[in-house]
Structures are given as structure tokens and as C-alpha cells.
Design a protein around this ligand. Structure first.
Ligand code: GLN
Length: 262
């Protein structure tokens, strides 16, 4: 994946350098887009429905995708998408290979040491799901079992924080869909995931059901992410665009399109 990313970035850089006449050696050097606006490389997750996922028509869609594209249109910039996985997307921002990340990223104090976040755009909290036919009804039933979590996420942090108390082991995954499948198959008996994402996927028939949550300790809204102190301009554009979409009703429209509510 890293090699693949570098290849894409090498291509982008070549274009970027040609457009700017040299200078700079990271993706932070944005290209001038056709309409005269900036073009930003935005990293995201792979399978995190309803925020980003590939739909039945093989199109990459979701609340984050539509939101970012609408904000770009509102603010006059263009987006070059990189669907990398959550941990890789955050790493791409940290290393300067992407200008920003929108991937249902929870705004936390710890992350604020490395990143700047936009205004919050969606509320979320961590929940635990098990196979539909499982007898596991809550944390107490996880003793001596293996559970699944996604690397670098709040779900993983939550799983780690309760590991000793409830006596389970954690298996890590890079992608949510792989994690769900592992629980359906029965290798792990439960997984930790963001509630809005799990609720959506259960409804879509992923074979899981929600049995517990950590609403009090792991409620964190989502924000758009840039590298700390490095991209105030993009962050301002995101916030201004978000406000304008909220004022116009477009934000509600996008959320309703994917969740049926707002
Ligand atoms: N909201 C969670 C976090 O920020 C998970 C994000 C994701 O998996 N895309 O850690």
C-alpha cells in the first residue's frame, strides 16, 4: 500500500511541479485546478458506511464524500480522493502525503497534539456488536474470548481500556468490513465500532447486532483533519463551507440521503 501510495504521489508531484514551476517536495504543494481554485489531496477510509464506501454501482460515496465534495464546490477548490483506510489516512496527513483527512475521525485531545480539527460535523460513540445468533449480551460475557478492533481507532482504544477488567484478547483489523466478517465467521466473538456505522451496517444485513455501548466514556464527534499548524487555509475553507451547507439545508440533505434521517 505504501508503495502504491508513493507511486500515485509521485505522479501527482510531477504534475504539481510542472504546474508550479518547481519548488516544494510534498503533496502540501497543491496544484492549481482547472477552475483556478486549489486542488487538495484528501485521504479517507475504505469501508466505513455510511460515511465512505463503494456502493452497488461501484461508486465511492457516503456522507464524508458528499460533504467534502459539496464544501469544495462551495469554496471553489477541487478534491483528489485517496481511499486508504483509517490508520493509513491519518498517517498520510501526518507525513504530508495528504492535505487533509475526512474519515469519521473522532476529535480527541490526544489527536490534537498532532492534528488540527475542523468544527465537529457528526456525533458518534463506540458500541460493541456480536453475531446475530450469539448469546453474548454484554461485556461480562467476553471473559476469555477474542474480540476484534480496528487499528488506530477509538473503538480500539475503548477495547484496550476495558481489556483487563473483562479479561478478553484483541485481534486487530485495518478495515471495518474485514472486522465484521471475522465476527460473523466466529474467529472473534465481538467487535468495537462507532455506533452510527455499526447501526447502519446491521440494518444493511452485515449479520451483526449491537449489544453494548460506551456512550459515557467514548462519545466523540467527527471532524475534518489537517496536520497541526500546517493547513489553516484548508481548515478555514472546510469550516466556512460546512457552515454554508448547514445554512442552506444541504448538510441535512446529504445526511438524510444516507441515513434516512437528519
Ligand atoms: N471515529 C473513529 C476514530 O476516529 C473511527 C474512524 C474510522 O474507523 N474511520 O477513531
Amino acid at each position: 500500500m505504501k508503495k502504491f501510495l508513493s507511486l500515485i504521489l509521485a505522479g501527482t508531484l510531477a504534475l504539481s511541479l510542472a504546474a508550479c514551476g518547481g519548488g516544494g517536495n510534498t503533496a502540501e504543494q497543491s496544484t492549481e485546478a482547472a477552475g483556478g481554485g486549489e486542488s487538495y489531496i484528501i485521504a479517507t477510509d475504505t469501508a466505513f458506511a455510511p460515511f465512505e464506501f463503494t456502493d452497488a454501482n461501484n461508486e465511492f460515496v457516503g456522507i464524508d464524500v458528499d460533504l467534502m465534495n459539496a464544501i469544495a464546490e462551495d469554496q471553489g477548490f477541487t478534491v483528489e480522493w485517496r481511499s486508504l483506510g483509517f490508520d493509513a489516512a491519518m498517517a498520510a496527513v501526518e507525513s504530508g502525503q495528504a492535505d487533509g483527512c475526512i474519515a469519521g475521525a473522532s476529535i480527541t485531545d490526544k489527536r490534537k497534539e498532532t492534528y488540527d480539527f475542523s468544527e465537529a460535523y457528526y456525533d458518534s460513540y463506540v458500541c460493541v456488536a456480536v453475531a446475530e445468533n450469539s448469546d453474548i449480551a454484554g461485556f461480562e460475557d467476553l471473559k476469555g474470548q477474542k474480540v476484534a478492533a480496528k487499528t488506530g481507532t477509538m473503538g480500539a482504544e475503548c477495547a484496550e481500556s476495558l481489556k483487563d477488567q473483562y479479561g478478553y484478547e484483541i485481534t486487530y483489523f485495518d478495515q471495518s468490513d474485514m472486522m465484521y466478517q471475522d465476527v460473523v465467521t466466529g474467529n472473534t466473538v465481538a467487535c468495537f465500532e462507532d455506533q452510527p456505522v455499526m447501526a447502519y451496517n446491521c440494518q444493511q444485513g452485515n449479520g451483526l447486532k449491537i449489544v453494548a455501548d460506551q456512550k459515557d466514556d467514548y462519545s466523540t464527534p467527527y471532524g475534518f483533519v489537517v496536520l497541526k499548524g500546517q493547513n489553516a487555509e484548508l481548515l478555514e475553507k472546510f469550516n466556512a463551507g460546512l457552515k454554508s451547507l448547514k445554512d442552506s439545508g444541504k448538510y441535512d440533505e446529504i445526511v438524510a440521503k444516507y441515513t434516512g434521517t437528519n
